[in-house]
Design a protein around this ligand. Structure first.
Ligand SMILES: *Cc1c(COP(=O)(O)O)cnc(C)c1O
Length: 475
C-alpha cells in the first residue's frame, strides 16, 4: 500500500508549465494554485504514478471553510451547530477533516453513517436529514443516539413502531421535524403545516420515548431569501410546539450555501456573449449553476442573518432571543476548493477544419455537468509536459473534451474550451474545485476502467505537502 511521501520528492521535468485559461479561469485557494501553477511537474509525476484521472484532495481546506462559517456565525452572536453534508463527496479524508474540525456529520445512509463513525465522529453529533431512510438505518440512528429529521407522518409512524424495540438502556429517539416551506410547495420532501402540527401533538404525548429537538427544512436553489422566508413561516410552529410543552432547540436550515468558482464579471461576460457556436452540438444549455455568483457561503450567511426574521427582529436577533441554535448542513460549500481532478490527454483529433476534440484518460463521470444537460463553466488548466520552442508558440485552438466513452454524446464538455495552443498527448487538463458533487457523484467502472484514485495533500511542518492515498473503506 503506498504510504506517505513528500510532493517535493516527486520531481519531474522542469519543462512542465501550466497555462492560466483566458476565458473562465478558476478561482483558486493559494494551496491549490501553488500545486497547479507552482508545481506542474509534480502534478504530472503524481498522475504518472497514480493514474488518470487523479483527484487531489486538500482536507485542510474543508477545515478552513468550517472556520469561515464559524466566524460569520460568531460575529452575529448566533448559537450554531454545523453538520457536514457527507453525501457531497466520498472522500474519507474529507470526512475525517470534518470530524477533526469538531463539527457534526449529516449522513444520508447507513453506509455514510458507518464511514462517519470510522472517522471518529461522535454518534450524538450525527444527524440524518435526508428523507430516504430504511428500517435498518432508523434502527442504527436510534441505537447511536443520532438526530433524525422526520420527513413525514408516515416516517414518524415507522419510528413509533421501532422505538419500543430498542434495548431499555438506549436513550430516547431524538427527532427534528422537516417542514415543507411554501417556496417548495410541490416538493415531495417535508411536511405542510397540518402534518407538522399532528406530529407535534404525537410527540407531546410520547415524551417518554421521543425528544423533540426542533425544526428542519432544506430547499433546492441557492438564494438566501427563500430560507429567510421559511424561518419566518416556521415561527408559528415554534410557538405551537412550546404551547404543547415541547422545547425546540434547533432551527435547522439545511444546506445549499453557494460557492464561487469563477470571477463574477468574467462569468457574466461569458454568459452574455455565448452562442450555439460555443458548443459542440450547437446547443446553449438552458440553465447553469451560478458559477460566478457574487456571494460565497460567508456573504450568503451574513445576508441571511441580517434579513428580517419573525417579529421586529433580524434572523440573528430572533435566534439569540428565542434561545434556538441555528443548525446547518452544508455540503458543497464545506468542500469549496478542497479538490481538483487531473486528466491526462491521450490525443487531440481534428474533426473538421478548425474543429478539434481533446481525448482524455477518464470519463464524464469524473467531472462534468453534461449529464444534467448543463456545463461546468470553469475552464480546465492546461499543464503541458514538454516545452514549446519559443519560436513556435502555436496558434490558439478551441476544442471540446471527451473521455474514453464509446457514446458520441458522452463528453466532459460540450463547450468549446479555448487553449493558447494545441494541447499534446501527455499533457494534463486540471479541473478545479471538483470536490462538490463533481468528481465522484457519478463515478462507475464503465468499460471496466477502475475507479479513479484520490490522494490527500496535507501541509507538513516543513512548509511542504505530505501525500497520502485517500482510501475509502471498501478498498
Ligand atoms: C444535499 C443536502 C444537503 C447539502 O446540500 P449542499 O447544497 O451540498 O449544501 C443538506 N441537507 C439535505 C437534506 C440535503 O439533501
Amino acid at each position: 500500500m503506498p504510504t506517505q511521501s513528500n510532493v517535493s520528492s516527486a520531481v519531474g521535468p522542469a519543462a512542465a508549465r501550466a497555462w492560466p485559461p483566458a476565458v473562465l479561469p478558476p478561482l483558486l485557494d493559494r494551496a491549490v494554485a501553488d500545486a497547479v501553477y507552482g508545481a506542474p511537474h509534480t502534478l504530472l509525476a503524481l498522475v504518472a504514478r497514480y493514474g488518470s484521472p487523479l483527484h487531489l484532495v486538500w482536507p485542510h481546506l474543508l477545515q478552513q471553510n468550517v472556520a469561515t462559517f464559524r466566524d460569520v456565525l460568531d460575529s452575529h452572536g448566533v448559537p450554531h451547530q454545523l453538520f457536514y453534508g457527507a453525501k457531497v463527496n466520498k472522500s474519507q479524508a474529507l470526512m475525517r477533516a470534518a470530524v477533526q474540525a469538531g463539527i457534526g456529520i449529516d449522513v444520508s445512509s447507513i453506509h455514510e453513517m458507518a464511514d462517519a463513525l470510522r472517522a471518529g465522529a461522535d454518534p450524538a453529533r450525527l444527524c440524518a436529514t435526508g428523507p430516504a431512510k430504511t428500517a435498518a438505518f432508523h434502527a442504527a440512528l436510534l441505537h447511536q443516539g443520532a438526530l433524525n429529521a422526520v420527513d413525514s407522518p408516515e416516517e414518524f409512524a415507522e419510528l413509533e413502531r421501532c422505538v419500543p424495540a430498542m434495548p431499555a438502556a438506549t436513550s430516547k429517539a431524538r427527532v427534528l421535524l422537516r417542514y415543507r416551506p411554501h417556496a417548495s410547495g410541490d416538493s415531495r420532501f417535508g411536511m405542510g403545516g397540518g402534518a407538522l402540527l399532528a406530529c407535534l401533538q404525537r410527540l407531546a404525548r410520547q415524551r417518554d420515548r421521543f425528544v423533540f429537538e426542533g425544526f428542519h427544512f432544506h430547499l433546492g436553489g441557492y438564494a438566501w431569501e427563500p430560507r429567510a422566508q421559511a424561518i419566518r413561516e416556521l415561527d408559528r410552529y415554534v410557538e405551537a410546539a412550546r404551547g404543547l410543552g415541547l422545547a425546540p432547540r434547533y432551527l435547522d436550515i439545511g444546506g445549499g450555501m453557494p460557492i464561487r468558482y469563477v470571477d463574477g464579471d468574467a462569468c457574466d461576460r461569458y454568459l452574455d456573449a455565448q452562442g450555439p457556436d460555443d458548443y459542440r452540438h450547437g446547443t446553449v444549455p438552458a440553465s447553469f449553476y451560478p458559477y460566478g455568483g457574487r456571494h460565497g457561503a460567508a456573504g450568503w450567511l451574513a445576508a441571511l442573518l441580517a434579513a428580517p426574521g419573525p417579529g421586529q427582529h433580524t434572523i440573528a436577533a430572533y435566534l439569540a432571543a428565542s434561545g434556538m441554535t441555528l443548525a446547518l448542513e452544508p455540503g458543497r460549500s464545506l468542500v469549496d476548493q478542497a479538490a481538483v481532478s487531473a486528466f491526462r490527454i491521450t490525443r487531440v483529433k481534428q474533426t473538421a477544419p478548425g474543429r478539434h476534440v481533446v481525448f482524455v484518460e477518464g470519463s464524464s463521470f469524473s467531472a462534468c455537468e453534461t449529464w444534467f444537460a448543463s456545463e461546468f463553466l470553469v475552464d480546465p488548466v492546461l499543464v503541458s509536459a514538454a516545452p514549446r520552442p519559443a519560436a513556435a508558440p502555436g496558434t490558439p485552438v478551441r476544442a471540446y473534451i471527451a473521455g474514453h466513452s464509446c457514446l458520441d454524446d458522452d463528453v466532459l464538455t460540450n463547450r468549446l474550451i479555448a487553449f493558447p495552443h494545441q494541447p499534446q498527448a501527455g499533457d494534463l487538463l486540471v479541473f478545479a474545485n471538483t470536490a462538490g458533487y463533481q468528481m465522484d457523484l457519478l463515478e462507475n467502472e464503465f468499460h471496466r476502467h477502475p475507479l479513479p484514485r484520490r490522494i490527500a495533500l496535507t501541509p507538513n511542518a516543513h512548509g511542504g505537502m505530505d501525500v497520502s492515498i485517500d482510501h475509502s473503506w471498501k478498498e
